[in-house]
Design a protein around this ligand. Sequence first.
Ligand code: 5GP
Ligand code: ZN
Length: 113
Amino acid sequence: MSECIFCRIAAGDLPARLLRDEPDLVAIADLHPQAPTHVLVLPRAHWTSLDAVPPQETPALGRLLAVCRDLARELELGDGYRVVVNTGPAGGQTVDHLHLHLLGGRPMAWPPG
Ligand code: 5GP
Ligand code: ZN
């Protein structure tokens, strides 16, 4: 069994609140939400970070982004939202499986911490 928690969630071996369950990706509610809406969109493929996505899989990145946009519409984040991809230790990444954070429901500060 994979030791990656996001692979295990995507496989249904660990529980999560699913907002999307598709052949190439899942979207789940973040366990520790940082905003009223905090969704993680993750590919089923185990790519450890944005940096690790093979060049031939680059179109998958557009798909992940488009799903964030579609979820933002469905979740009625019409005032605006933020999509974040923490990458690497200095980028604040703590789970080594690529994921996009969709955050909304409150004003976002800039610059981020
Ligand atoms: P990162 O810091 O890697 O950008 O984001 C990892 C995110 O995964 C964090 O926001 C954290 O709250 C979330 N997370 C960590 N473990 C779990 C889990 O088991 N289930 C869910 N739903 N989210 C998790
Ligand atoms: Zn994984």
